[in-house]
Structure formats: structure tokens, C-alpha cells
Design a protein around this ligand. Structure first.
Ligand SMILES: [Zn+2]
Ligand SMILES: [Zn+2]
Ligand SMILES: [Zn+2]
Length: 293
């Protein structure tokens, strides 16, 4: 059943990727043809979406691979590369658009308003239809795709409004102003997503967990006296790694120790930890660490 859901989600993401990429090409051509910076900025936004969809699709496949002797934690961290490459492409593209749009505010060209109008109708229809088709997607990735498509509909709606105004009034700064707005929105998303990616890269404690909460949950287990030297980090934001020292009573019989170890692992699994290494210590025992030598 799991494989089935994953397969369907992968097919949906692949379809979204191909459609998005085709549409980006149409959009770049449309931006050049109409001379509209707003459409060009939106094309950048869509290029970013295509990139992240394509990379998500590509790295999702790699991430599924079993751990090897070279990558003993498996390949999940490879998905972080996708986010990093995507951020770099979007930042580069944003700088390019801003370098065109900011001077454009002061010496505006005249974009082809009827062309913008027709393109925006096409954009609203294409993205709206795609969002409708993918509605009710279960996985996080599918929901992200739907959110992106709705975002694109909004972007096109803004282009539509501007093009209608331009049909009747010659307010030339409107188009570069909208393109700056769209680009700032793209950059804001990049920064938001990069913070999350950096936290994972730098082995921060995942926001969904805290050292205190995990220690508390483990100490609450039967037979556990104390928990210390707790470390939590995340492979990819979804699969977390835990190491900890678990202190038990000195006279705990061997079979009870095995049970405690099992309970700790089970509790860890419930908290979304996919790999836990615990060291069992007896109360009163000196905690030995490599850095003490
Ligand atoms: Zn988007
Ligand atoms: Zn292990
Ligand atoms: Zn210890």
C-alpha cells in the first residue's frame, strides 16, 4: 500500500514537473514577445518551481536507495542538495530580474497589453486546471505542488489586472513594479526555505522535537532513572537520528535491561526518530566519554 501511494505521488509530481517546465518555456517566450517584465519575473518563479519539482522527483528516487558501505546513513541527505541548488538558481534569477526591473521603473518600455491579457488568461486556465486535477493529494510533496499552482494562479491574476489597466491607461511603471513584487515574493520564499535547509545541514535539533521533551519522554519510561548526553539531528527534515545515554538501576536484571532498551527505541520511533543509538549506564557508574581521554 505504501509503495502504491508513493508511486502515485511520484507520477503526479512527474506530470506536474513536465507541465510546469513546458509552461515555463511558453512564459519565457511570452515575456520576451510582450516585453513584459512581470511575465518574465513570473517565468523565473515558474522555472524555480520546475526545478524544485524536477529535483524533488530525481532526488526522491535516490533517497529511496538502501544504505551502503559508503553512505551508511543512506541517501536521504541527497534531497538537501536539491534544495540548495534550487535556492542558488532562484537567487541568481532574482538578481537578474531586479537588475532589469529597477532601471525599468525610471525608463519604462511599453509592454504589449493585449498579449499580456491573453497570456494571463492562458496562465490562469492552465495552472487552475492543474491545481484542480491534483486536489486532494495526500503526501506533503503533492500538497506543496497544489500550493504552488494556486500561487501561480494568483500571480497570473495580478498580470491580468495590470494588463487590463494598461489596455486603457498608459501607466508604464506598473509592469516593472509588478515584476519587482513577484521577484521579492520569490526571494522571500527562498530565504524561508533556506533557513530550514541550513538548520538540517548544520545538524540542528529538528523544530518538531526538543532535547528536553525527548529526555522527559524517555525518563518517564519504566526502569529509566535518567537520560543525558542526548543528541538529535535530522537526515532530511523527516528522518531523525538520536543518540543518548540511558541510566538504569544498578541491580536491574539482564532481561529487564533488554526490555528497557526496547521501550526506549519504541518511544523514540513514536517521536519520529528513525535511527536511535543508546548507551545503557548503571546508576553510580562514571560516564565515560571519548573526550575524557
Ligand atoms: Zn510557485
Ligand atoms: Zn543502528
Ligand atoms: Zn553517560
Amino acid at each position: 500500500m505504501h509503495a502504491h501511494v508513493a508511486g502515485r505521488s511520484e507520477a503526479n509530481i512527474r506530470t506536474a514537473f513536465i507541465l510546469n517546465l513546458l509552461f515555463t518555456i511558453v512564459e519565457v517566450a511570452g515575456g520576451i514577445y510582450t516585453g513584459s517584465l512581470a511575465i518574465t519575473a513570473d517565468a523565473l518563479h515558474d522555472l524555480g518551481d520546475s526545478f524544485s519539482l524536477g529535483l524533488a522527483w530525481f532526488f526522491e528516487r535516490i533517497a529511496q536507495k538502501k544504505p551502503s558501505s559508503l553512505f551508511s546513513y543512506g541517501y536521504r541527505r541527497f534531497s538537501l542538495l536539491a534544495a540548495l541548488i534550487n535556492a542558488l538558481v532562484l537567487i541568481g534569477g532574482s538578481i537578474l530580474i531586479l537588475s532589469l526591473a529597477v532601471p525599468g521603473l525610471f525608463s519604462p518600455g511599453t509592454p504589449d497589453a493585449p498579449g499580456m491579457f491573453l497570456l494571463s488568461l492562458l496562465g490562469i486556465t492552465a495552472n487552475g486546471a492543474a491545481a484542480y486535477r491534483m486536489r486532494g493529494g495526500k503526501t506533503l510533496n503533492e500538497q506543496l505542488v497544489v500550493w504552488h499552482l494556486l500561487e501561480d494562479v494568483l500571480g497570473w491574476a495580478a498580470v491580468l489586472v495590470v494588463s487590463i489597466v494598461l489596455l486603457f491607461r498608459d501607466i508604464a511603471w506598473l509592469d516593472p513594479a509588478l515584476s519587482i513584487l513577484i521577484t521579492l515574493f520569490v526571494l522571500w520564499n527562498v530565504i524561508r526555505n533556506s533557513r530550514r535547509t541550513l538548520l538540517i545541514f548544520l545538524q540542528g535539533v529538528p523544530p518538531s522535537l526538543s532535547i528536553d521533551a525527548v529526555e522527559e519522554a524517555l525518563v518517564a519510561l519504566l526502569g529509566v532513572c535518567e537520560v543525558h548526553d542526548t543528541h538529535i539531528w535530522s537526515l532530511d527534515g523527516e528522518h531523525h537520528i538520536l543518540t543518548a545515554h540511558v541510566v538504569i538501576d544498578a541491580d536491574t536484571p539482564a532481561d529487564a535491561v533488554r526490555e528497557i532498551r526496547c521501550r526506549v527505541k519504541q518511544r523514540a520511533a513514536e517521536m519520529g526518530i528513525s535511527h536511535a543509538t543508546i548507551e545503557i549506564e548503571e546508576q553510580g557508574e562514571v560516564c565515560v566519554r571519548p573526550e575524557d581521554f
